[in-house]
Design a protein around this ligand. Structure first.
Ligand code: C2E
Ligand code: MG
Ligand code: MG
Ligand code: MG
Length: 290
């Protein structure tokens, strides 16, 4: 009797739950099994030099192949993984997998590309984050110099004094750091100077603003580039989708470009093929030792 009532209640609950909540529940369950069952994969989006157009590296982007929901992008499952804490283990898998890919490219005789890996707030809050990353990278016999960790501006500025220390510890180990989605948060310019990171990545909102008559975006992008260069940082433009955005950014001396116009996130095999093709054309420039 009670059991039947329970089932009826559950069915009622399920029917009345909105679709978004059901999806979250589905994703939570899927995340539990995903690591063991090999449902995660990485895509590699090419990064190109702004002046020579050479292929200079890649950003690793996570995907979850859900048995029922299909291929999910991080915006659909990372918030859930953040809340549950699963992102910590998933993030370790991402770095390990990135290292294996780097080794694979080395074994194929392809140029040593520097690969960017994203970090989220929960990962950054782990006191042993850097030690764990060093252990993983060394175990995979990859140089820390080949990994560049991306931290969003909002996360970096959230506790800026702590971020300064963290960046120093990463750099001490040989890792590079990039500030992601730059321009969307509130940056303290004083702290930006103290961060001394390798790269600032201009958020695609500003890249897209370069189309048409938007004088505001143009002013902001050129100011970011000037500021970054005066602090010895490189600038990467995200989300380059049109030829006019590209030429505008090149005119403003943006160092690196990333976006659908130049290359979508590719499977590891597709990225290997691109790398091989670019290498034989003399058009791939490893950044690992720069
Ligand atoms: P992000 O780090 O800012 O990555 C750039 C996002 O923009 C990627 O979305 C990429 O596919 C997309 N993108 C690239 N070029 C273009 C373009 O020309 N136009 C447009 N409209 N979009 C473009 P994706 O792969 O869905 O990733 C979304 C976010 O999820 C990332 O933003 C990053 O914050 C996070 N993320 C991705 N992989 C990981 C990961 O392994 N760990 C963690 N913690 N976060 C990750
Ligand atoms: Mg990123
Ligand atoms: Mg970004
Ligand atoms: Mg972004």
């Amino acid at each position: 009797e009670a059991k039947r009532a329970g089932r009826a209640t559950w069915r009622f609950f399920e029917a009345s739950m909105n679709e978004a909540a059901m999806r979250t529940l589905h994703i939570q369950n899927a995340l539990r099994a995903a690591l063991d069952q090999g449902h995660f994969s990485l895509r590699f989006q090419p990064k190109y030099c702004g002046t020579t157009n050479e292929l200079v590296g890649a950003e690793a982007l996570l995907r979850l192949n859900h048995p029922e929901l299909g291929m999910l992008t991080p915006t659909e499952f990372i918030p859930t993984a953040e809340r549950s804490g699963q992102i910590v283990q998933i993030g370790q898998w991402v770095v390990r997998q990135t290292c294996r890919q780097i080794r694979h490219w080395q074994a194929m005789g392809l140029p040593a590309m520097r690969v960017a890996v994203n970090l989220s707030p929960r990962q950054i809050a782990q006191p042993d984050l850097i030690d764990t990353m060093i252990d993983i990278v060394r175990a995979e016999r990859v140089d820390c110099e080949q990994i560049i960790f991306e931290i969003t501006e909002a996360v970096a500025m959230h506790d800026a004094p702590k971020t300064v220390e963290m960046i120093q510890a990463f750099q001490h180990a040989g890792f590079e750091i990039a500030i992601d989605d730059f321009g969307t948060g509130y940056s303290s310019l004083a702290y930006l100077e103290r961060f001394r990171v390798k790269q600032l990545k201009i958020d695609r909102f500003f890249t897209h603003g370069l189309d048409g008559e938007d004088r505001g975006s143009r002013a902001i992008v050129s100011a970011i580039i000037a500021l970054a260069h005066s602090l010895n940082m490189e600038v990467v433009a995200e989300g380059v989708e049109t030829a006019s955005q590209l030429s505008e950014l090149q005119f403003m001396a943006c160092d690196q470009m990333q976006g659908y116009l130049l290359g979508k996130p590719l499977t590891a095999d597709a990225f290997s093929a691109l790398l091989a093709e670019r290498m034989s054309a003399g058009d791939a420039c490893p950044q690992a030792s720069s």
